[in-house]
Design a protein around this ligand. Structure first.
Ligand code: NAI
Ligand code: MG
Length: 499
């Protein structure tokens, strides 16, 4: 198939040609230290752009700005309707700049441009629209109370749902703009103010988002964007004594550090962490659909999805056919730079991830796993890894237990559905699961038995702004998206008045 390198928009070339600043209190500023850090193009390993490197002092300034916007206004004095309209307008603006966002995402993260255009950016737009609608629908209750020790007394009791306050948000690099939207949407809908720290690998699309402040005076200080490293800027934000809540997406390891850092002022914590999601294929399936779905469950976004279907359990009688089918799909995936029109899968995001994934492959091979397809890096420039299907694994191997976060699936046969549930649940994680079967009773029974925050039946990786997403067990605390997300950004106040 013919391929062509997609030409970047002038605005994008211009955007990356200058060092990018950070956004604090509505102003683009240098870091307090004056330092910048590089972000790399994962297709080449070359420096793509330089970005202001935030640290403790910058985080502190940003938190002060967010506190003022929250306490003093004008943000906190807007009506719910005005807030909703501003969020909706933001969605419109992202949509108008869709191509720039998609190109920046491809440059910084490596994903194919067609994916960024079709998934990352439209999903972010939709999330903001969905949350814009909630701004006017965040309600409390009136509650009939009886109070046995005040016989005869009458009360009016009701609850108010109020914004939790200043929120620190720390996001990863796998869907940079979309993860910002998942975090910012509910925070803004509920009336919170934010300090957002994008991942050091992919700060650019968040910084472009910061350019879209359409009504400057009303929104100064509401969203502050401080790029920087996790151990410095991220840690300072998680520990900051004047932050009311921290919302984090990333590794389970860092999730635990966030929790410890949050203990100082007992700020609220929500965590969206790793996964090792089982994708289960029963013998009665439509094979073509199950094979295509299982391949995309792991290979979408190069396997860099917290919910990737990385453990493929297949009923014994069709195991060989499914492995063959998924491997054939893997072989057809065109791995290359995201800006090539023919590319289906881009590079991993960083040298660190390349090394991590290759180390997992080595560990699997040393323990006896075999690659039906793939199994190594591709080329010697950029961070490309071949889509890989591993067989001959056992439950205790690292490749079966740990999150690889690359295009690597372990295929495992099973005999008996009752055994399957225990096997599928045999992980510290509980983010997502897939079930492929034509038997609806079995599908819903197994769905109820899997310990996972999302279960997909005869589909995989289906996301919607209205559908809550989050983890059981060590996959996290709380839910993002849907109206469940609003609970993580609000406090409930009970008001009781004697009549
Ligand atoms: P990470 O958890 O270190 O990074 C995620 C975010 O946390 C980034 O913004 C980073 O700057 C920040 N961070 C790192 N250390 C911090 C600290 N001590 N305090 C506050 N913030 C901190 O993830 P990393 O190193 O990029 O990837 C490692 C593994 O994590 C991946 O291989 C994958 O298994 C998992 N991961 C899971 C994600 C998910 O969507 N659940 C996303 C990214 C990574
Ligand atoms: Mg890390």
């Amino acid at each position: 198939m013919a391929t062509a390198t997609i030409q970047l928009e002038d605005k994008v070339t211009d955007f990356i040609s200058k060092p990018r600043k950070m956004l604090i209190n509505g102003q683009w500023v240098e870091s307090a230290s004056g330092k910048t850090f590089p972000t790399y193009n994962p297709a080449t390993g070359e420096v793509l752009a330089r970005v202001a490197e935030g640290d403790r002092e910058d985080i502190d300034r940003a938190v002060k700005a967010a506190r003022t916007a929250f306490e003093v206004g004008p943000w906190s004095r807007l009506t719910a309707s005005e807030r909703g309209r501003l969020i909706w307008k933001l969605a419109d603006l992202i949509e108008q700049h869709l191509e720039e966002f998609a190109e920046l995402e491809t440059l910084d993260n490596g994903k194919p441009l067609k994916v960024a255009r079709a998934a990352d950016v439209p999903l972010a737009v939709d999330l903001f629209r969905y949350m814009a609608g909630w701004a006017t629908k965040i309600e409390g209750n009136t509650i009939p109370i009886s109070v046995p020790y005040t016989p005869g007394a009458k009360y009016l009791a009701y609850t108010l749902r109020e914004p939790v306050g200043v929120v620190g948000q720390i996001i990863p690099w796998n869907f940079p703009l979309l993860m910002a939207a998942w975090k910012l949407g509910p925070a803004l809908a509920t009336g919170c103010t934010v300090v957002l720290k994008p991942a050091e690998q992919t700060p650019l699309s968040c910084l472009l988002l910061g350019e879209l402040r359409h009504v400057k005076k009303k929104t100064d200080g509401v969203v502050n964007i401080v790029p920087g490293y996790g151990e410095t800027a991220g840690a300072a934000l998680a520990a900051h004594p004047d932050v009311d809540k921290v919302a984090f997406t990333g590794s389970t390891e860092v999730g635990k550090l966030i929790l410890q850092a949050a203990a100082g002022n007992l700020k609220k914590v929500s965590l969206e962490l790793g996964g090792k999601s089982p994708n289960v294929v029963f013998g009665d399936v439509d094979l073509d659909k199950a094979i295509a779905g299982s391949a995309s469950a792991i290979f979408f976004n190069h396997g860099q999805c917290c919910c990737a279907g990385s453990r493929l359990y297949v009923e014994k009688e069709i195991f060989d056919k499914v492995v063959e089918g998924v491997s054939a799909k893997a072989e057809k995936i065109r791995v290359g730079p995201g800006l090539e029109s023919s590319t289906d899968m881009g590079p991993l995001v960083s040298q660190e991830q390349l090394t991590r994934v290759c180390n997992y492959l080595e560990s699997g091979f040393s323990e006896g796993a075999k690659a039906v397809v793939g199994g190594s890096r591709q080329g010697d420039k950029g961070y490309f890894v071949k889509p890989t299907v591993l067989v001959n694994t056992s439950e205790k191997m690292k490749v079966v237990q740990e999150e690889i976060f690359g295009p690597v699936v372990t295929a495992i046969p099973f005999k008996d559905p009752s055994e399957l549930v225990a096997q599928a649940n045999d992980t510290v994680y509980g983010l997502a699961a897939g079930i492929w079967t034509r038997d609806i009773q079995k599908a819903h029974r197994i769905a109820s038995q899997l310990r996972a925050g999302t279960v997909w039946i005869n589909c995989y990786n289906i996301f919607d702004a209205a559908l809550p997403f989050g983890g059981y067990k060590q996959s996290g605390w709380g839910r993002e998206m849907g109206h469940d997300a609003l609970e993580m950004y609000t406090e409930v106040k009970a008001v009781c008045a004697a009549l």
